[in-house]
Design a protein around this ligand. Structure first.
Ligand SMILES: Cc1cc2nc3c(=O)[nH]c(=O)nc-3n(C[C@H](O)[C@H](O)[C@H](O)COP(=O)(O)OP(=O)(O)OC[C@H]3O[C@@H](n4cnc5c(N)ncnc54)[C@H](O)[C@@H]3O)c2cc1C
Length: 511
């Protein structure tokens, strides 16, 4: 320990940080976080109140209400949003970060994503990640379709069978999404009751998997904002910050930066980094963008007939199209009033009320999640203490995204579906939730961390989070973040002489 306060300090108590701490299992580890703990029941109460503020009877839209109920009340924990005019950002520095907010869709990246070449490319393959995925799925208590064999699950997602049958003649590969849940039998009874689909952003019963219910045994020191990593040569020796306005300094033998999509970049940029750190910090920002296609199905839909925030994955409408990975899911929630108007026309001409009802019950929302790949060169940039997104190049690629949507619609029509309307969200804004790629590992020369997630040019700074993933393809990043965290924690548990070694050379193929 060399007299340091802690052997390892993990910055950030979201999924990225707690997964490392869990696997490290070392008493000399401290996890510190800038936020105060979240009480889900209290947050759900706030959500109800702010959605319909009784004093002025003002209706606050869902997302704004969620933002208010999940945000931190501590000084310096506000995030200036949006991070760019083209992105719809959701962010929180409450303890547990946006890991408290996620939808629980816990998909592995595909083999094609791991193999894909490009400006960034995975230096390890699916085979290396498989045991870590399995452990991550077990910890996150993933529920899903028992007929699949490409992920492991704790239990069936209620409703899976109905959707298998419903799609059998149309898209035989369709299956419900793998969903992380904090329900029955997990962690000796510390589990919630799932109220069903569509209640999930702030679950009053805490039935959604969140960092503090997935990793209840990891202790977190809260209300501690890390402002800077202090280096001596290539070694990090201390962290400086403030807690409730009071300065603090913690010495340590190594640091794991797991502070989320913006701060993984911003914290490093605020620190005086050794000269050997690669210049790509903050480059190659990745996220997802979306489009909805409304289609008339041959048979009525049972809206909401699925547990958690699940949906139905349609592999036949997914994959790499126009060089972009797209994942298409059918949402289980019914179309909004505006969507109905768009799909059926303002007066739904020629329809009797009965016809209209029939059509409404058959209207499905196909949701296309399209990757924003590293080649588009979006970036996280910083200005003083603030991080923001540089997204101008996104606009250049709108024609490619339009072409992807057309290809998916073509497949839908060939399967016999009537497309009724398109909601091209991608033309207005993009996702803003899946902050990835900005401190990536890579088998190309653009790596910022090596395959052990050590910041190149330093001896003892490690990173976890979406920022280390070189590519996400069409999938959300979170299951992979947890899998990488478990892998990193195990690596750090090895004797210190083995794991702190010279910079690795770049390999040319995933192993
Ligand atoms: C609405 C929404 C839905 C989503 N749905 C899905 C989904 O269904 N599937 C999926 O795969 N992904 C989803 N995501 C993305 C997912 O939430 C993130 O990928 C994941 O939670 C990131 O985890 P993290 O630990 O890296 O970051 P965070 O959860 O943000 O945690 C970072 C932590 O670091 C702390 N911190 C930050 N800066 C400092 C500092 N300077 N000092 C000390 N502490 C600090 C923060 O307080 C926070 O607790 C969704 C996101 C949103 C917002």
């Amino acid at each position: 320990m060399n007299g340091a306060d802690f052997r390892t300090v993990v910055v950030g108590a979201g999924f990225a940080g707690l997964s490392v701490a869990q696997a490290l299992r070392d008493e000399d580890t401290a996890v510190i976080d800038r936020g105060e703990p979240l009480d889900p029941a209290e947050a759900a109460g706030t959500l109800k109140v702010v959605m319909r503020a009784p004093a002025d009877n003002v209706y606050v839209p869902d997302i704004d209400a969620q933002l208010r109920s999940l945000r931190s009340g501590l000084i310096r924990n506000d995030v200036v949003m949006p991070l760019s005019t083209m992105s719809v950002n959701l962010y929180s520095y409450r303890q547990g970060g946006i890991s408290n907010w996620w939808g629980g869709y816990a998909a592995r990246l595909t083999d094609a994503t791991f193999r894909r070449d490009g400006v960034l490319a995975w230096p390890v393959g699916l085979e290396v990640m498989r045991p870590h995925y399995e452990q991550a799925e077990s910890l996150l208590h993933v529920h899903g379709d028992p007929l699949v064999d490409d992920y492991t699950m704790a239990a069936e997602l209620p409703g899976w069978h109905h959707w298998r049958d419903y799609f059998a003649g149309l898209f035989p590969l369709a299956r419900v999404t793998p969903q992380a849940k904090n329900v029955s039998g997990q962690h000796g009874g510390n589990s919630g009751l799932c109220l069903g689909n569509g209640q999930c952003a702030v679950c009053p019963n805490d039935a959604k998997a969140r960092p503090s219910n997935v990793f209840p045994e990891v202790n977190v020191i809260g209300r501690a904002l890390v402002e800077e990593i202090v280096f001596s040569g290539n070694r990090a020796v201390a962290l400086r910050g403030q807690s409730d306005g009071e300065p603090f300094s913690i010495s340590c033998d190594r640091v794991v930066v797991a502070a989320g999509g913006l701060e993984n970049v911003a914290l490093l940029r605020r620190s005086a980094l050794p000269a050997g750190v690669p210049p790509y910090l903050g480059h190659f920002f990745q996220d997802h963008t979306t489009c909805e296609v409304l289609a008339l199905m041959p048979r009525p839909l049972k809206y909401h007939h699925l547990g958690a925030e699940g949906a139905v994955e349609i592999p036949e409408l997914s994959g790499e199209l126009e060089g972009i990975e797209v994942k298409t899911v059918m949402l289980i929630t019914p179309p909004s009033r505006d969507q109905l108007k768009l799909a059926l026309g303002p007066t739904a001409t020629g329809s009797t009320l009965l016809d209209l009802q029939r059509q409404m019950s058959r209207l499905a929302r196909f949701y296309l999640q399209m990757e924003i790949p590293p080649e588009w060169e979006l970036a996280v940039r910083t200005r003083g203490n603030e991080a923001y997104l540089y997204t101008l190049p996104y606009l250049q690629h709108l024609p490619t995204l339009d072409a992807v949507v057309l290809r998916v619609m073509d497949r839908m029509m060939k399967a016999g579906l009537q497309v009724k309307a398109v909601m091209p969200h991608h033309r207005e804004k993009f996702g803003g939730h899946h902050y990835s790629g900005t401190t990536a590992m890579s088998r190309t020369p653009h790596a910022v961390v090596d395959t052990d997630q050590r910041l190149i040019g330093t001896d003892n700074v490690y990173i976890n989070g979406g920022s280390v993933l070189p590519r996400c393809g069409g999938s959300g990043p979170t299951l992979t973040i947890v899998a990488c965290g478990l892998r990193l924690g195990r690596h750090l548990a090895l004797p210190i002489a083995i794991n702190e070694r010279a910079d690795a050379t770049v390999s040319t193929a995933p192993v």
